[in-house]
Design a protein around this ligand. Structure first.
Ligand code: UTP
Length: 418
């Protein structure tokens, strides 16, 4: 059977007949491209993922416990010195690498371009989010006398624009030889009826498959091998959109080494018991981040003997791994979650529809779902005002306005102290 007929049969089998109609309208070249794309899509997996959007996750059988953490502000002088000494040694020996996850769509922010190219209006002149990250790395390089290897993950959708932007800005003065850009994998998005959506370019709309894709993409792209060849022992993975992210925290690193764990994470305490953030817990004996929607209300309010929230440590995408941990996770399959997002598409007449409200499901794996492959994790509680200024929404909470305020307050404090 020829490829075209094979593809048509496949589309019929999975109730995607509308794509056949598009196929019939296209010239040979475009049709061939579309057929090639469809052949690469696992329609069975997409159907299963769509069906899973109709089910709710239940934790009835699970045992949820609080997870131990250390508060950075409450470490003894000896503890702090010990952690810093252990951490510094690794960084100074050039055994520390940083990965930035910049493959997200940034749909909530609505910025026209990759999120790292968003300019935060700080100190009048403004700074791009990528520039803020570079500043943070340069500061660490100067402090520890090294140049840290920096790996940036993009998506197929934003790779070209990201590379162009960084080239044009000369990597904001970062030595290009120490920067590697790699691309994550994608999955098709579907509408509320589970139908594939067609893009303006007559390709089926696909989107990056979530930040959990970082691990396997590091391996697939050869970056993991590159790290091993360079003698990297610890890898930091963080987001592109936190203006106060500290990518080289030697206290966190030293704490992980001292506790003999393979993974570590910086948290900040929840603003209130019902803040809409994921928090750390132990589920069935393994570390996990549980979403606010999944944490029973009585547990969300529970406090310990110090009056602190038992489930109060929120995950801020500030994670650390041994190279062995990355290798291990990169070979595992993470679960997928669905996110309901706005995505434009074309109808059968070729007219572009730009939705005002979410209209489609994107399937994503989450970086923190990998924690459960381990028995333990070291958690260091940082401070919201020092560590967390996310740029997520156009307005309101976690918006450019709140991030600007937090960023300027932090740096004004730093300037005063030094
Ligand atoms: P978010 O989950 O907040 O997603 O990403 P987002 O794409 O930035 O924003 P929305 O939800 O569409 O509004 C947290 C971090 O993970 C990265 C993002 O770039 C950000 O640094 N990420 C997310 C990826 O690298 N790939 C993905 O597929 C998703």
């Amino acid at each position: 059977m020829d490829k075209r007929q094979e593809t048509i049969d496949l589309l019929k089998e999975y109730n995607q007949e509308h794509i056949i109609k598009f196929l019939e309208k296209l010239n040979d070249e475009k049709a061939e491209q579309l057929i090639k794309q469809i052949q690469k899509i696992d329609l069975h997996q997409i159907t299963e993922l769509y069906n899973s959007t109709k089910k709710t996750v239940e934790f009835k059988e699970s045992k949820i416990e609080a997870l131990k953490y250390l508060d950075k502000a409450k470490l003894t002088k000896e503890q702090k010195e010990k952690f810093d000494r252990l951490g510094k040694k690794v960084v100074k020996n050039n055994q520390y690498a940083v990965v930035t996850m910049a493959g997200g769509q940034g749909t909530r922010l609505g910025h026209n371009g990759p999120k790292g190219t968003f300019k935060l209006d700080v100190y009048g002149k403004g700074k791009y989010l990528f520039e803020i990250l570079v500043d943070n790395l340069k500061e660490a390089n100067q402090k520890y006398g090294v140049t840290i290897n920096w790996y940036i993950m993009t998506s197929k959708e934003n790779n070209e624009e990201t590379v162009k932007f960084l080239e044009k800005n000369n990597y904001f003065g970062y030595d290009k030889n120490y920067v590697k850009i790699f691309t994550q994998s994608e999955l098709p998005i579907v509408d509320t009826n589970g139908k594939l959506m067609m893009g303006k370019d007559y390709k089926i709309k696909e989107a990056s498959d979530g930040n959990g894709g970082t691990y396997s993409s590091l391996r697939r792209s050869g970056c993991l091998t590159d790290m091993k060849e360079k003698g990297i022992k610890w890898v930091f993975i963080g987001s592109v959109d936190n203006a106060l992210l500290k990518m080289v925290d030697v206290t966190l690193l030293g704490m992980a080494i001292s506790q003999g764990v393979q993974i570590a994470s910086k948290s900040v305490v929840k603003a209130n018991p019902h803040e809409k953030v994921g928090v750390f817990c132990k589920m069935n004996g393994h570390p996990k981040v549980i979403e606010y929607t999944e944490l029973p209300e009585n547990m969300a309010e529970e406090t310990d003997s110090d009056g602190e929230l038992k489930f109060g440590e929120s995950h801020i995408m500030c994670n650390l791994y041994t190279i062995e941990a990355i290798e291990k996770i990169s070979k595992e399959i993470l679960m997928y979650h669905s996110a309901f997002k706005k995505n434009s598409y074309i109808d059968l007449d070729g007219k572009e529809i730009i939705p005002q409200e979410p209209n489609s499901y994107k399937f994503e794996s989450f970086i923190f779902d990998a924690f459960e492959f381990f028995d333990d994790i070291a958690i260091l509680r940082g401070k919201r005002e020092d560590d967390f200024a996310p740029v997520k929404n156009k307005e309101g909470v976690d918006s450019p306005k709140t991030a600007k305020e937090l960023y300027e307050k932090f740096w004004n404090r730093e300037k005063k102290e030094n």
